[in-house]
Every structure is written in C-alpha cells, then in structure tokens.
Design a protein around this ligand. Structure first.
Ligand code: AHR
Length: 543
C-alpha cells in the first residue's frame, strides 16, 4: 500500500452537461451583524518549490533569455500574478526545503554550485522527460535575493521555509541574518549588499521545516517539538517581526497536532502559525487508499470522479475545526493560528504542460470549483486561518499558470483567485446558505455534497458574496438577502463553461474566462441563477 508519505519517501527517496433550470429553491442570507474575523490577505498565498518546471522555466528564465523578463524573472508571470493580489509566496519547498542549503543560492550566480534535486528520483516523471536539466540538477540561479525580488515584483510577501532535516539550527539563524540584518552590520549583510540588496529584505514569515512527519525528517511530533524549540529559541529579530510557522499535520492526523502541542510547552510562544497540508487526490470513490492507485486523470473524468475530488476538498472544513479544537486544548487563547501552506488537487501523471514539468497537471472548471470551495472555507474560518498557500504556482499541481519557453497562459484557478481578491482585508460575516444537496453515485452507494457553498465579507458598505455551485448538471436559482440592510445595487462576475472539462492551454488561452453579469435587486432581495459547476462573485452596495 503506497501512501503520500511513502510516496514522498520513495521520491527522496460527462460529461458535457446541459443546465436544467430549477425554480428558486435556495436562499442565501448574509448577516452583517455577525462578524467572524478579518480575512487575512495571506489566505491568498502561493507556493513555489524547486520541483519540475515551477522555478525553471516557470519563473526563472535568466537575464539573457529571449523571453521577456525583469532581471531574469518571467515578466508575463509577475504581471498576471500581481493583478491577482497575492498575499505571500512560500519557497523553496515543500520537501525540497529540507534538502536546500541557502548558502548555495547567494553570491555570484556564475559561481553557484549545481546540486542534485532529490525530486530526480520521483516515480511521477513523464517517460519522455529529459532528466539532465535544471529541473533535476539545481543550478541555484534563483537564490534568496532573486526570490525576494520576484516577491517584490508581484507585490507579495516572502515566506521562506527553512531546512530543519539536514542543516543545523545555526544555519537557520544565519539565513535570517543574511536576509534581515541591518545594512553594514554583519559579514552576511555585506554579502547581501554585494548580491544587490544593501537594505534588509525584511523577511517576516519563516517555516521551521516542512512535513516533519515525512520527507522533513520522519520525526515523531514530540521529537519535532524539541527541534522546533531549538531552532526558534533566542533568534535575533533585527527589528523585523518574525513569524515562525511550525510543521503541522498531514490531513486529519490529530495525533501529530496533539503530540506536538502537548510537548511544545513554552516554545508555543514563539510560534505564529501551525501548518496543515491537505491535498484532494483520491478520486477512486473509496475503492482504494493507495497513493498512486487512488489518483485519476486531470482532464478525463466522469461524474463520480468530479464529485469525489470536491468531496476531498470539502473535508477542509472539518480539518480546520478538528485541528483547531485540539490546538485549543493547550493553547487556550488560540494565540497560534492555522496556516494551510499546501492545498489543492493532485491528479495522476499524464497532463503535464511539457515533459519536464514534474507533477504538472491540467486545470479545468472542476479545479476552479475546488478553488472557490476552498477559499470560501478559509473565509468562513477567518478567525482561525491566518495564511493559506495553493500548491503550486506554475507548471505543477493546482497551478494558476502554465509557462514554457515563450508560451504562457492562466488557468481557471487563476481567475478564481483574481475574483476572490475582493475579499482581502474585509470582515468575514456569517452567511447562511440553504440549498438542496447534490447527490451522486459513489461506487454503487448514494453520496451527497452541498448544493451551494460560499462566504461573504463586508468592508464599509461594500459586501462581497462568493458562491460555488457544485452540481454538474443543475443550475440553481437563489434568493439573496442581507439582513437589516437594503440592497442598492449589485453586479456579478461568473466563471462557468458549457463543459466542466473546459480548460485553458497555450493554444487556447482564453477558453475559460470570467464574464460580468447584471444582477437586479427585486425589492429587498437579489435573485440569481448559479450555473452548474460554476464560481460566482456578487458585489453588493448596501444602503
Ligand atoms: O507539493 C508537492 C509536495 O507535496 C511537497 O514538496 C510536499 O511538502 C508535499 O507532500
């Protein structure tokens, strides 16, 4: 039986569906007087690992490339990313973080060493992929200053995941010193200046290892708690507020959370966030829990596989509440927040945008619905989730972009991020959605999912409601009311397609695009029809 943990160890080891109209049978009631918490812009964060085509050639093309670039960084990518208002970008892994030596990525780029990237051994490489390039042998051209410049170009905050498995704690502190010590203060500040950045990079977010239950060292939670304490004790802040993120559980592993929190004791005071990872991968309908056998194709899927991936994504809600409950047994005032720093769909190999894009997969309207469903879940728990990072940004799992040589396109997932950016910084408010469930056949047994799911936020008089219709084949008309407030005007943006398998590609980059739609208030209500397998944003001006 192969699990994700053993898979990673081995690596480092339709339906074209016509909408059947329904009469109004759903109601959405938004309650401005019931705030949940401020929606952290960092919920809209991303993840970049030295893995397949993510960094080379997704982001880094080099200064001498014919591909338009800013100091070696792909221009089309940063321009589009900036428009979607990214919160933070996590780098350099993932599992690669616990192999990475930050000292390889500083100094003259011409002198930097070439190293083996452990992903070279992954069983998921496409057969026709070349295994001798930067995707397998890391040339260290995108090191720390290049990564932080990428973040600045995209107006995102850097989030660095440090190596806990194979570098000593002292190197963690020195990496912080390289990034944040004042100009002229230390040898490493001088090194940074020689690398082009005399002023501190002011990196606030630091991950202390990654998946320490697996590729990050196969620790027990108690062992990891001791390591976390050692790495984070008495680290100089250099005037910047340091926010340490501890390696949290794999999906529903409450034993990891309980074991860590019970043991961590006073070191919880130096923890800002606890990282949960959850991928939606098992589309087998419960037929297997094997990591390789349970995954299905990103493009060719039937109704059961469509719903099964959304079912996996919809587990996010219970993962958040269950881990939060366990954390609260020790951290009673909930000082430590949840950071979901890896989430998204993970399909079987076969739809890579180019062969060297290891773990690259296509992204359809199903992935757009998964994205909306997940972002809405985070927003409904804005009091608990302080950051979330979709895995991964480009040419990989659940990506926003595909980029290869001079070709570039955005995915349906990108459009959802751009639509939902309107929520950032606003107050999440309780929203009650009452709609018939959708039913499907799960390996011969009846199964259900919510018909509509969503969240709402309020800033001043501007209210934003986002909703996904999970049904493959039924549109759903809903009455929308804002309790205690009149609706003055509203406008909608809808992401939908006649076929849920619709996707963008280098040859058809605009096959899936959001469309604006007028919404007219009827008295104190809005009435809106949500198309099947769609994501909708409605911006409402209240009185
Ligand atoms: O995102 C791919 C891999 O999935 C990451 O390297 C690892 O952290 C996770 O298991």
């Amino acid at each position: 039986m192969l699990t994700r943990r053993t898979f990673l160890h081995s690596a480092a080891g339709a339906a074209c569906l016509a909408a059947r109209a329904q009469s109004t049978d759903a109601r959405i009631e938004i309650l401005p007087s019931e705030p949940i918490g401020r929606i952290a812009p960092e919920i809209y964060s991303h993840f970049v690992e030295h893995l397949g085509g993510v960094v080379y050639d997704g982001i880094w093309v080099g200064e001498n490339s014919a591909v338009p670039n800013v100091g070696g960084i792909r221009k089309s990518l940063v321009d589009a990313l900036a428009r979607s208002k990214p919160g933070a970008i996590r780098w350099p892994g993932g599992c690669y973080a616990d192999q990475y030596d930050w000292r390889d990525g500083i100094g003259s780029r011409a002198q930097r060493p070439r190293r083996t990237n452990f992903w070279v051994d992954s069983p998921e490489w496409p057969k026709n992929a070349r295994r001798d390039g930067p995707q397998a042998y890391e040339p260290n051209q995108m090191g720390t200053v290049e990564f932080v410049r990428f973040c600045r170009l995209a107006s995102a905050q850097p989030y660095i995941a440090a190596n806990l498995r194979s570098l000593p704690a002292q190197e963690f502190w020195r990496w912080i010193e390289y990034c944040n010590s004042p100009a002229g203060s230390t040898t490493l500040a001088a090194r940074r200046a020689a690398d082009g950045d005399p002023q501190p990079l002011n990196v606030r977010f630091w991950g202390v290892g990654n998946e320490s239950w697996g590729c990050g060292g196969n620790f027990t939670p108690e062992e990891y708690a001791t390591e976390f304490r050692r790495y984070t004790a008495w680290v100089p802040g250099y005037g910047a507020r340091l926010s340490f993120v501890g390696s949290g559980p794999n999906g529903g592993d409450l034993n990891w959370t309980r074991g860590f929190f019970d043991k961590a004791g006073a070191s919880l005071n130096s923890m800002w966030g606890f990282a949960l990872h959850h991928y939606s991968w098992n589309a087998s309908g419960g037929r297997t829990t094997d990591w390789m056998a349970g995954k299905r194709d990103a493009l060719r899927f039937d109704a059961e596989q469509y719903y099964e991936i959304l079912r996996e994504a919809n587990l996010m809600e219970s993962l958040i509440t269950s881990h939060w409950g366990v954390m609260g047994e020790v951290d009673r005032r909930h000082r430590v927040k949840l950071v979901v720093d890896e989430w998204g769909a993970w399909y079987a190999p076969g739809t890579e945008p180019f062969p060297e894009a290891l773990l690259g997969q296509q992204s359809t309207m199903r992935d757009a619905v998964l994205t909306g469903l997940t972002l809405d879940t985070f927003q409904r728990h804005a009091d608990k989730v302080a950051m979330a990072n979709a895995a991964q940004l480009v040419n990989c799992l659940h990506s926003l972009f595909f980029a290869h040589e001079d070709k570039f396109c955005v995915t349906p997932t990108y459009h959802v991020f751009a639509m939902y950016a309107a929520h950032q910084g606003a107050q999440s408010i309780r929203t009650m959605i009452s709609a018939p469930q959708v039913g499907y056949n799960r390996n011969g047994q009846p199964a259900t999912l919510p018909g509509l799911a969503g969240s709402a936020s309020l800033e001043g008089k501007r209210l934003v409601l986002t909703v996904t219709n999970l049904s493959l084949d039924q549109s759903r008309e809903a009455e929308i009311a804002v309790r205690g407030t009149a609706i003055q005007s509203a406008k909608a943006v809808v992401l939908a397609a006649a076929d849920v398998h619709a996707h963008n590609s280098f040859d058809a980059p605009n096959a899936v695009e959001p469309k604006e739609q007028a919404v007219s208030p009827r008295g104190s209500l809005l009435v809106h029809r949500f198309p099947p397998a769609s994501v909708t944003k409605i911006e409402i001006a209240t009185a």
